[in-house]
Design a protein around this ligand. Sequence first.
Ligand code: FES
Length: 144
Amino acid sequence: MYTEKVMDHFMHPRNVGEIENASGVGTVGNAKCGDIMRIYLDIDENQIVRDAKFKTFGCGAAIATSSMATEMIIGKSVQEALQVTNKAVMEALGGLPPVKVHCSLLAEQAVHAALWDYAKKNGLVIEGLKPPVDDVDELEDEEA
Ligand code: FES
């Protein structure tokens, strides 16, 4: 049911861990399944994501999507990182089973929450960035 890419990122996740003194940290959860994801960003003075790490207390799809999401945002500007949607992450993984789509939202929203934290700490406004939600389940209801 999972693509080879999903299995690869689940079995060998990239960028697991923490960043000390991170530029931004974002934590989101999904109350329905109880899974939680935290993303750490190291952003340089030109607003480029120098490094990204994650910790995911969640299912295999959540781990695979956080791994892929961090890979996709490293080296990007904060504005480009914001464009890395859950759909883009899913596409990069070759798709997810429909019941697992919500897991990819966790990755997208954790990145947004970390960007929000970065913006707040630096008194910046990142165009198009919305305030983070604690529970991504609310967003799913909106999308449905
Ligand atoms: Fe909760 Fe996948 S089942 S994030």
